[in-house]
Ligand binder design. Sequence first.
Ligand code: B16
Ligand code: MG
Length: 213
Amino acid sequence: MDNIKAVIFDLDGVICSTDKYHYLAWKQVADEIDVYFDEKINNRLRGVSRMDSLNIILERADRTFSQEEKNALAEKKNGIYVELLDRMSEQDLSGEVKSTLHTLRDEGHLLAIGSSSKNTKKILRRIGLSDYFDAVSDGTNISRSKPDPEVFLKAAEMLSVSPGNSLVVEDAKAGISAAAAGGFLSAGLGEASEHESVTYKLNSFSDLIDILN
Ligand code: B16
Ligand code: MG
């Protein structure tokens, strides 16, 4: 598509599989407080901020938790999660993602990250993509997480490209809602490909090459 100048990638579940680490860390916390949690509920946490994720998990709790308790649980989850991130290396960037990014870049597209995560820069460092993207918009520069479009609007602003000329790539339904709300084109992987507002359904990350040609 000629009019797509920039591609804004979600991080967890798109560029790398850190979504599985989010799940493992939340599962450990949920088990400790005896709250039922499974992969289906986990899908609702994709793209959603840390505290909003905890609030979704606590929907199943049989008592209420004070803000102080919630802060402690969120911090605990992040501690477990960060330990898992510290084991990551460049091996955790798949060959398919790496070569697709290089192809898109060679074809002249601007490439950015649009992630709700406050751990984005750490993850990019671990997988060897620290200085790769033209812009990084993440959980540290937004006040509202997906499905609000703020994180993508900030990325587009950093790139000086309008939303209508940008493609958002997402694994989260909340991310596709955010893209649609901001006036972006979108490409969905997994559950996100079933969203009613998604522009392109991806079977695989490298399908982006055909879409952008
Ligand atoms: P953190 P994405 C999102 O990242 C995750 O999908 C979501 O599960 C997580 O709660 C959120 O980041 C916040 O992450 O706790 O590391 O700040 O998918 O938007 O890249
Ligand atoms: Mg994601």
